[in-house]
Design a protein around this ligand. Structure first.
Ligand code: FES
Length: 122
């Protein structure tokens, strides 16, 4: 996997639409340009975000619960739905954070299913 800089999604050009993504576990918020995945918003904040399969929709370790702003996100593909079917603790708002891209301006709130993401970033 390439080691590209995850922080560039935080570079919102002046006047461009953006979304804010709040991660409840870490109580941190990213302001990101549209088109950013939820996973990359977290990585840009240097949060611990699991992504075992390298973002190819095959592992579900990047499973998150989107509590607010689900309507701002790209719709789940069939592949994402299939992978989520095998994940634990799936509920309304469950997404694979590597697949869920923020397409509209607004506010997104993200929680992690308990037990799967218990690491703190500091
Ligand atoms: S990183 Fe594997 S499904 Fe998202």
């Amino acid at each position: 996997m390439s080691d590209h800089d995850h922080h560039d999604v935080l570079d919102v050009p002046e006047g461009a639409p953006f979304a804010t993504v709040h991660f409840l576990r870490d109580d941190k918020t990213a302001k990101v340009r549209l088109g950013t995945s939820v996973l990359h918003a977290g990585l840009a904040l240097d949060l611990v975000m699991e992504n075992a399969c390298g973002e190819v929709c095959a592992c579900s370790t990047c499973h998150v619960w989107v509590q607010k702003g689900t309507n701002l996100l790209s719709s789940p593909s069939d592949d994402e739905e299939d992978t989520l079917d095998k994940a634990l603790l799936v509920k309304a708002g469950s997404r694979l954070s590597c697949q869920a891209k923020i397409l509209k301006a607004g506010h997104v709130e993200v929680a992690f299913p308990p037990g799967t993401h218990q690491f703190k970033s500091h």
